[in-house]
Design a protein around this ligand. Structure first.
Ligand SMILES: [Zn+2]
Length: 328
């Protein structure tokens, strides 16, 4: 039996492949930039190359790998192994699993990136021991994942858990998904960056922040963390408002799902830490029903970049075990 699986986290800016052992430890990694502007075929060649490099670096043969889990930010057809659409990587109906199998004779599965991240924290990180988990990953967008009764909940078409794409302001700001008023368009790092750029334009945000101008990408999580450290009133105002809005929204989701744990992962919490978490928690507890809020803990993820690779590797391992059993 293979003792290793591979988790692969495909992101809009970088890709990270990790060799994961049977104790869910990441024992080797390879990282490359995602050349998303070069198109789907170029990104695919880099995925295959990164996997090959990981095998070489760790001295493993494909036969020693049980399964590969690919964590992908986009809409997936898991059964067909097809990436239906990704907003940032140029994939459109791309048969990623079939193409990878031409390179590596190993079972491959696809999973949504936030689901993989939440699952990683569930099996090896901050969410271990909880059976009902609402995962919320605020970053460029706001992703979500649900663990209900110990299982990843996918819904009828595999798209459950999209907490970022729920309307909280009818006809509000335009969201990355094309609809209006979603929480992602109001409280993600992208939305905060737009607000900051607006404050630069009207002269409220000054000094070194003003030099970032209207560059949405430049207003990174790190810049917001710096603004909090310096107690910059414009920056803290943006962060406070975004955290509060997100907390209110999560509070409503508590009433819907009654989870034991709200797990906050992703880029913003990594950089903003407790400052951000406390504000989310306060708003969450005040907007949910008391007796539902009492059941819910709230924690930041602890695995960082490794959550997605551990989660994808473990989901791939479980899927291949299940398949193995069903064919005997
Ligand atoms: Zn949306």
């Amino acid at each position: 039996m293979a003792n290793y699986n591979i988790g692969f986290d495909l992101g809009g800016t970088k890709m990270l492949a990790g060799l994961v052992d049977s104790e869910l430890r990441v024992v080797e990694t390879v990282k490359r930039k995602s050349k998303s502007e070069a198109g789907a075929e170029a990104v695919f060649q880099d995925i295959a190359g990164t996997l090959q490099e990981l095998l070489e670096k760790s001295g493993k043969n494909p036969e020693e790998i049980g399964a590969i889990g690919l964590s992908v930010p986009g809409i997936l057809d898991r059964k067909k192994g097809v990436v239906v659409r990704t907003p940032n990587l140029g994939f459109s109906d791309f048969p990623l699993v079939a193409r990878l199998k031409e390179h590596l004779p190993v079972p491959v599965i696809l999973e949504n990136d936030v689901n993989a991240g939440v699952w990683g924290e569930y099996v090896a990180g901050a969410a271990r021991g909880y059976r009902h988990v609402l995962g919320v990953f605020p970053g460029t967008g706001i992703g979500g994942g649900l663990i209900i009764n110990g299982d990843l909940y996918l819904g009828a078409g595999g798209n459950a858990g999209e907490i970022g794409h729920m309307v909280i302001q009818w006809d509000g700001a335009l969201c990355g998904c094309g609809q209006r008023g979603h929480i992602e368009a109001l409280a993600s790092r992208g939305a905060m960056a737009k607000e900051a750029a607006g404050l630069v334009a009207n002269g409220t945000l000054t000094g070194e922040y003003a030099q970032l101008g209207a560059d949405i990408k430049a207003f990174s999580s790190k810049i917001f963390a710096q603004g909090i450290k310096e107690d910059n009133p414009a920056i803290t105002g943006i962060v406070d408002r975004a955290a509060e809005l997100l907390g209110v929204h999560i509070g409503g989701c508590l009433n819907l799902l009654n989870p034991e744990l709200v797990l906050i992962g992703g880029g913003l919490i990594e950089k903003l830490g407790d400052y951000y978490l406390k504000r989310i928690e306060k708003a969450m507890r005040s907007s949910a029903w008391n007796f539902v809020a009492q059941d819910a803990h709230i924690k930041a993820g602890t695995l960082g970049d490794h959550a997605g690779i551990i989660g994808a590797a473990d989901l791939a391992h479980r899927a291949s075990e299940k398949k193995g059993k069903s064919t005997v």
